[in-house]
Design a protein around this ligand. Structure first.
Ligand SMILES: O=P(O)(O)OC[C@H]1O[C@@H](O)[C@H](O)[C@@H](O)[C@@H]1O
Length: 306
């Protein structure tokens, strides 16, 4: 990552915080947390978390070595925020499809510049909040009016992400979403995901048909499934265990591009599919949500270690 330090937006007084500072990475503005106990980096574009780790540990998130930090381009790795629709709009339920005016996958929030709200610091925790008002500025992409508020809470125990959607329109609002978490592994063939045994899933690679999961998930190539479960998960790799605990979510997307799709993906090394797995806390497929005027829904995940 190239950098030039300390270019705060005008609303923020430099030096106001003890552990957090503005930083430019590539062409994007980010908040970098450098706490005695942990480190994190959050981009204003996409409200995108690219790094979290306790001090002196490697990044708990997978971040592509080919990731680009450019306006309008999604960062490959970390935790992209897919909102207000998940995946291909054409594969979403009719109530969501009728609002999406762009064919772009995963919604517009991951490439929009979010508004800085707040940083709160203590001896044990740092919280960062950002918001995105999806109003007439996004009228070419979406027929809706909603507010997304995201809060990242970092501590030595792990990282909590909470994404709250509020319907600002008079009409009921249907939306789908995901916190598209990229997790690292040293060897995908010796990695397994626990916690989805006995749940049903839609296999998007098999005609979107339904199947039942038995036991742990092993990955030996491309996988792209939407599980009907929001149960706690553990990813076991040769070097450790990562635990994901979701709230407000009854669906989980498990995705790895495998060797062939990896070659077609943007900003993704050909062999990187062997070093990552996406485990996405979601409201996707049948788990999409509908909010009446003024109603809110919070979906979130705690990423910890076992
Ligand atoms: O390349 P993108 O738009 O970041 O999407 C990556 C993947 O994201 C996953 O969530 C989808 O299930 C996959 O189908 C998709 O390929």
């Amino acid at each position: 990552m190239s950098e030039s330090r300390n270019k705060p937006p005008v609303s923020v007084t430099p030096g106001q915080w003890s552990f957090t500072r503005w930083r430019t990475v590539g062409q994007l503005e980010a908040l970098e947390v450098y706490h005695p106990l942990f480190q994190a980096t959050v981009f204003l574009q996409g409200a995108h978390l690219s790094h979290f780790s306790p001090r002196d540990q490697n990044n708990w998130l997978w971040l592509s070595e080919l990731a680009k930090f450019q306006p309008g381009r999604a960062i490959r790795g970390g935790v992209p925020v897919c909102w207000p629709w998940f995946g291909d709009p054409a594969k979403n339920p009719p109530e969501i499809r009728k609002r999406t005016l762009s064919p772009c996958a995963h919604g517009f929030a991951r490439t929009a510049v979010w508004h800085f709200e707040d940083v709160r610091e203590s001896a044990h925790e740092v919280e960062i909040s950002l918001s995105l008002k999806a109003n007439e500025d996004f009228a070419e992409q979406w027929d809706g009016h909603a507010l997304a508020l995201i809060t990242f809470s970092f501590s030595v125990r792990g990282c909590q992400i909470a994404l709250t959607t509020t319907n600002l329109s008079r009409q009921p609002l249907a939306f789908s979403q995901a916190l598209h978490t990229y997790l690292p592994t040293t060897d995908i063939s010796r990695t397994r995901l626990l916690g989805l045994g006995n749940s049903q899933y839609v296999d998007t690679l098999k005609n979107w048909d339904y199947f039942s999961q038995e036991g742990p998930i092993y990955i030996d190539g491309e996988i792209d499934r939407i599980y009907e479960s929001g149960e706690p998960l553990t990813m076991v790799t040769p070097t450790g265990k990562c635990k994901l605990t979701a709230v407000g979510s009854d669906s989980t997307v498990v995705w790895n591009p495998g060797p062939e799709k990896a070659k077609r993906l943007s900003d993704f090394p050909d062999n990187a599919w062997q070093k990552m797995l996406c485990v996405e806390t979601a409201n996707a497929a049948a788990d999409y949500r509908v909010l009446n005027e003024g109603q809110s829904h919070t979906m979130g995940v705690f990423i910890g270690r076992a």
